[in-house]
Design a protein around this ligand. Structure first.
Ligand code: BGC
Length: 362
């Protein structure tokens, strides 16, 4: 193990609460919460490096938190069946480390994290041979019903923006989650495969333009909103399409062309203005992970090296780096609002570990 591998594991463990929640970033005011999305990838990374106890404890927190807010999820399912607006009845994207809702306004209606959680839990169960605990079983069943009822509603995307659209990334996470729940629940989850297929067909029918996947549905005419680096997730790891599918190849080619600084990191999307729209460590590791799956190992190593170069003297990885900003004039307003870019970001450390492990087994 290199130092950054050991350090990343230490950072994640140091910032896992006794409740099992992973804090997104300990010093960044609005990130002192635990997100289902970040946490699911972090738990997956911890499984890959053999830290199954840490992953398990996150899954326990996730299941307890879901069950604690089950009445809201049930009300959302009922409202969806009647075709009504949800109002405040939905599960939040992030909770306090004790599983409570945060007091501030936040774009909380996001569905991808729940799909990613089901996917990561199934990976955990497959790797460890653990049986489902009663809480896991109840939470998986509820989330599978919740996603089946709500998948076709517009919601905030994984960057917590653009709530008026549906997003192929989010839909792919839901697809993977429903398939994972089907595997976890066995005979009780048989109907989920049919809904997952519906989600897949929807993405392939409405989420493609000019031969590549698009960031949002309906596809925007503004080219700056057409492609998003997170679309790599549709294949790696969600497998709505296989990594070598021509549609994924074409999507990755567009990501490379529009969002990857040569020799550098990867931006989220061209119109990004958050902290001026820097290069994201976790996305750079994610694209490297994709390359390990299509056998482009040299390329994956380049991405790994770039990520390693972003660690500071203490070995901490940030959310994004600001050397090549897409919207330089927008940087200072965010710095004034929330301080310097979040660091360490546990999700960045997790994606680094995932890439490192993918390279080890490539
Ligand atoms: C990102 C989310 C992430 C959250 C916590 C936000 O700025 O857009 O994807 O879950 O930070 O890391």
């Amino acid at each position: 193990m290199t130092d950054l591998v050991q350090h990343s594991v230490r950072v994640i463990i140091a910032h896992q609460a006794p409740t099992g929640a992973y804090v997104a970033s300990p010093q960044f005011p609005v990130y002192r919460y635990s997100w289902f999305r970040d946490g699911a990838f972090i738990a997956y990374a911890m499984d890959l490096v053999g830290q199954h106890g840490s992953a398990r404890s996150f899954h326990d927190w996730a299941a307890r938190t879901i069950l604690r807010h089950a009445r809201k999820a049930e009300r959302a399912i009922e409202k969806a069946a009647r075709g009504e607006p949800l109002g405040q009845d939905y599960l939040h994207t992030r909770y306090t480390l004790n599983g409570e809702e945060g007091p501030e306004e936040w774009p909380n209606f996001q569905l991808d994290g729940f799909g990613t959680w089901l996917w990561a839990l199934n990976e955990h169960v497959q790797r460890t041979g653990m049986a489902l605990t009663p809480d896991w079983q109840a939470a998986v069943t509820l989330i599978a019903r919740y996603l089946s009822a709500l998948w076709d509603r517009p919601c905030y995307d994984l960057w917590e923006e653009h709530p008026q659209y549906q997003h192929p990334y989010t839909l792919a996470a839901i697809y993977a989650g429903l398939r994972a729940a089907g595997a976890l629940l066995g005979v009780h989850g048989r109907s989920l495969a049919g809904i997952a297929d519906q989600v897949r067909r929807f993405v392939l029918t409405h989420g493609v333009r000019e031969g590549h996947l698009v960031k949002q549905i309906p596809p925007p005419s503004d080219p700056a909103y057409q492609i998003d680096a997170s679309l790599v997730g549709v294949a790696t790891p969600y497998r709505l399409l296989s990594p070598d599918d021509p549609l994924i190849r074409a999507t990755v080619a567009r990501i490379e062309q529009e969002l990857h600084c040569p020799g550098g990191g990867v931006h989220r999307y061209r119109a990004d203005t958050y902290y001026g729209g820097g290069e994201w460590v976790l996305l750079t590791a994610w694209l490297g992970w994709y390359y390990t799956e299509v056998g482009e190992i040299g390329r994956a190593w380049e991405f790994l090296r770039w990520v390693e170069d972003q660690a500071d003297a203490e070995g901490h990885l940030p959310e994004q780096v600001s050397g090549h900003l897409l919207a330089p004039r927008r940087y200072s307003e965010w710095k004034a609002r929330w301080g310097p870019v979040a660091k360490p970001l546990l999700w960045s450390h997790a994606m680094y570990l995932i890439l490192r492990c993918a390279l080890r087994s490539a």
